[in-house]
Ligand binder design. Structure first.
Ligand SMILES: [Zn+2]
Length: 338
């Protein structure tokens, strides 16, 4: 299979977190160059992949009529949001897009731009899920964070960060209430730093850690289980996920009780590490390379090892590349899968 087009996003919306059936890979949504239609592509463990990425970015702003802009972008304002200058001017503020509303609920919509761009209808007024993520980073410590996601794109944001353990704790009716709960949730977590819960020390609680850095730690751990460690160590490593599940349940309850008006009927804890599709046998490597950005035209090839969130694990001989495809959104790509 060959495909050329602009990478729009990496979707996990086909996964129903209430009925998890086995393992999953994300769907890459590519706007095909010729037809300008959205094409979904999957890359599964064991497949041979050639991926060419051209650094020129194209605007993936979606107009209210559903069509993508696709103009070449001169200067990128926000790396994670590839919009062209003209589309920037169509929206009220980039902050509204990243979830920091620039008006009060009572005064919304603030301008005609809010409605014309569709931001008010498609973003501000949409209910939000609130989630908690936990990543084991040592034998007995964890990194934790909270986040928020629109109901309409759920659970892509929840899953794309590659967290092994997830807890869902609240649902808010719109961006304004959502933002309040999000900001306060962060404060709740910050107070937990340095404390021990379920025998695990909370090492960090911040938004600043990059997904790929956490994914790399997970890969190194899983690889060492798969290859070198003795079986008794294996047991120990696997146990940490059970501890993290307990921790997530506990923290999830603290958060749910804190936001009683919005809490879900039950805190839902998901062992997402078992949901990302990966061929453990392919996890041995000599060297790991992280790819989060590209300078010139880049070509990656090899065997697909699997996925952790939006990070593709691709192996070429002894090199295991972790490619965060989310950070290449808007790039022109050429995919060949066999
Ligand atoms: Zn545009």
């Amino acid at each position: 299979m060959e495909l050329k087009g602009v990478l729009a996003y990496i979707s996990w919306s086909h996964v129903n977190l209430d009925h998890i059936k086995g393992r999953y890979v994300p769907k890459l949504v590519v706007i095909e160059s010729r037809s300008r239609k959205e094409i979904e592509v999957e890359m599964k463990p064991g497949q041979q992949l050639e991926l060419m990425v051209i650094p020129q970015r194209y605007c993936i702003f979606r107009k209210p009529d559903g069509k993508y802009c696709l103009s070449p972008i001169g200067r990128l304002h926000v790396e994670s949001i590839p919009f062209c200058e003209r589309c920037y001017n169509l929206i009220p503020s980039i902050k509204c897009i990243v979830g920091e509303p620039q008006c009060k609920e009572e005064e919304a919509p603030k301008s005609i731009k809010c409605i014309k761009s569709g931001i008010y209808q498609d973003r501000c007024k949409v209910p939000r899920f609130h989630y908690f993520l936990a990543y084991p980073i040592g034998h007995n410590s964890v990194y934790i964070k909270v986040g928020i996601q629109r109901e309409t794109t759920y659970p892509t944001r929840v899953l794309e960060q590659g967290a092994p353990i997830i807890a869902l704790y609240a649902k808010t009716p719109n961006i304004w209430k959502g933002r309040e709960v999000e900001v306060e949730s962060r404060l709740v977590l910050e107070e937990m730093v340095g404390k021990s819960i379920s025998g695990l020390r909370i090492e960090h609680a911040s938004e600043k850690k990059r997904t790929i850095a956490m994914v790399e730690k997970l890969v190194r751990r899983r690889s060492s289980i798969a290859s070198t460690l003795e079986s008794f160590m294996e047991v120990k490593h696997e146990d940490i996920y059970d501890l993290v599940v307990r921790l997530a349940r506990e923290v999830g309850h603290v958060l749910a009780e804190r936001f009683r008006g919005y809490k879900l009927p039950e805190v839902k804890v998901i062992r997402a590490i078992d949901l990302y599709d990966m061929d453990e046998a392919l996890l041995r490597y000599d060297r790991i390379e992280e790819i989060t950005s590209i300078r010139g035209t880049s070509k990656f090839k090899g065997t697909v090892v699997g996925w952790l969130g939006s990070c593709l694990l691709l192996k070429e001989k002894g090199i295991l590349r972790i490619i965060d495809l989310r950070r290449l959104r808007g790039c022109l790509i050429n995919i060949s899968i066999s």
